[in-house]
Design a protein around this ligand. Structure first.
Ligand SMILES: [Mg+2]
Length: 186
């Protein structure tokens, strides 16, 4: 296992529909059914060579931990214990959307906390999420992935690992145009 280092960037991962797809049984949350996205093991192994990792999910802490234990069991990658932080619903903020409904958001300003900044300046932090609206105030960090709902042929994580490895050395990750990361011209 590689040690964390001041020079490594931080990659903040969303969970639901990014790394896995879950069907929560409200009557028994601990028994929710969870499927891991194809290529998850090679994705985690590859990005961990280049980035320190963290988790930010809008799900509950219980759901997050159930899922991360399954990830460790099935991939031998213990993201729960390797993550620089594990943020769940309590770290999100309720915001009103255009329709007037409240939604959970992940305000990127939270990356400016001193204990994070001391190790990872904002220009060295990327987030991976299937919902751009999660990060409405921090697009510079975002690498958007397609939402995964169980398609066994999905290869998004494979392509994403290659892309993330290719830009990890860039001094300012926020300035890179990341919206077209799937484009063959990259
Ligand atoms: Mg998600």
């Amino acid at each position: 296992m590689e040690a964390t280092s001041a020079n490594r960037p931080l990659l903040v991962l969303d969970l639901d529909e990014t790394l896995w797809h879950g069907i929560l049984d409200p009557a028994a949350p601990e028994e929710g059914r969870l499927l891991l996205r194809p290529h998850l093991k090679s994705f985690l192994d590859t990005v961990a060579e280049h980035y320190d990792l963290a988790v930010w999910t809008a799900a509950s802490e219980d759901w997050m931990r159930v899922g991360l234990k399954l990830v460790a069991l099935e991939t031998q990658f213990d993201l729960e214990h390797r993550a620089f932080f594990l943020w769940h619903r309590d770290r999100c903020t309720w915001r009103r959307n255009e329709a007037g409904e409240y939604e959970l958001r992940k305000p990127a300003r939270k990356f400016r906390a001193r204990w994070i900044r001391a190790r990872y300046p904002a220009h060295r932090i990327l987030v991976v999420d299937d919902l751009a609206s999660n990060y409405d105030c921090g697009y510079g960090h975002l690498v958007r992935v397609s939402a995964w709902n169980g398609d066994k042929e999905d290869s998004e994580l494979q392509a994403l690992a290659t892309y993330l490895a290719s830009i990890a050395h860039e001094p300012d990750l926020r300035r890179i145009e990341k919206r077209s990361w799937r484009s063959p011209s990259l």
